[in-house]
Design a protein around this ligand. Structure first.
Ligand code: 48H
Length: 258
């Protein structure tokens, strides 16, 4: 006979163990969209303890709706090795352009990340950062449950300390936007995302991906908002390449501290 009390006990016991582990990790990735999932996968593969905090209760960020709700997304040729690594199927649709199914892309990125050991907490809204002076650095995130945030309740948050925080929050660049207002010592200025120029955007978003301050990194669409770069529409190659690049940079930075 299944007992209701055992259902509750099981959930509480294991969830609290997870939450205790999440008080301190190597890297916090904020956002489980394509760039965040890619970054977390490559970081975990290097042996880092990686926690993805996602305010929704699902993976994928802006991937699911495809292009204006049409269930296809586009990738360019140079990202095919990554699609092959993740097992995402594609077909050639135009010169240098390949189409894939967004549901498959999200599912396979998520499975790859989870199988590599990435920990994911859904319903966790990052609302602030931890910082230290002398030397100046970002040292983790401050978060509350999404229903608490959305309800506008005054509930004090919890902390996760980390050696690196990655803003993978998409168009809003929420984490760096907070840092620019609440940690003026960092001297961060949000330049704002610019209008569409797909070819240029795909290139410069990857180029600008990386460290914005000690302990704070940016990947994916958030890069455009931080550095005043154009948007690219429903082409996703740059998101994966940006995620991979930020993981490589963090790996280098954290390995040199060991
Ligand atoms: C916890 C948060 C918080 C927070 C946001 O939007 P995303 O898919 O981001 P990327 O950069 O991986 O991919 C961008 C892509 O989806 C896209 O929008 C493109 C290519 N647009 C081009 C164009 O021209 O329009 O995912 C971000 C994730 C989401 O799941 C959010 O819910 C989550 O971050 N998030 N999670 N705390 N404060 N803010």
């Amino acid at each position: 006979m299944i007992r209701e009390a055992d259902i509750t006990r099981s959930i509480v016991r294991y969830a609290l163990r997870d939450l205790e582990e999440f008080s301190e990790v190597d890297v916090v990735v904020v956002g489980a969209g394509p760039s965040g999932l890619t970054a977390s996968y490559y970081l975990c593969r290097e042996g880092f303890r990686v926690l993805v905090l996602e305010r929704r209760f699902s993976f994928g960020g802006g991937t699911g709706p495809g292009g204006n709700l049409l269930p296809r997304i586009v990738f360019q040729e140079e990202v095919l090795p990554l699609l092959n690594e993740f097992g995402v199927r594609y077909v050639k649709a135009a010169e240098g352009l390949y189409v894939a199914n967004p549901a498959e892309a999200i599912a396979k990125l998520a499975v790859k990340a989870l199988d590599a050991g990435v920990r994911v907490l859904f319903g966790a809204h990052v609302q602030d950062l931890i910082y230290r002076l002398s030397p100046l650095r970002v040292g983790g995130v401050v978060w509350v449950w999404t229903p608490v945030h959305d309800g506008g309740y005054h509930v004090d948050p919890l902390f996760t300390e980390s050696k690196a925080v990655v803003d993978a929050t998409g168009h809003e660049a929420e984490v760096i936007s907070i840092a620019s207002k609440k940690i003026p010592e960092l001297g961060l200025v949000m330049r704002g995302e610019r209008s569409a120029y797909a070819d240029l955007s795909e290139r410069v978003v990857v180029e600008h991906t990386g460290k914005v301050a000690s302990g704070l990194y940016v990947t994916g669409m958030a890069v455009a908002n931080v550095y005043g770069l154009p948007r690219m529409g429903p082409i996703f190659g740059g998101m994966l390449l940006s995620g991979k690049k930020v993981a490589e940079l963090i790996t280098k930075d954290l390995s040199s501290r060991k």
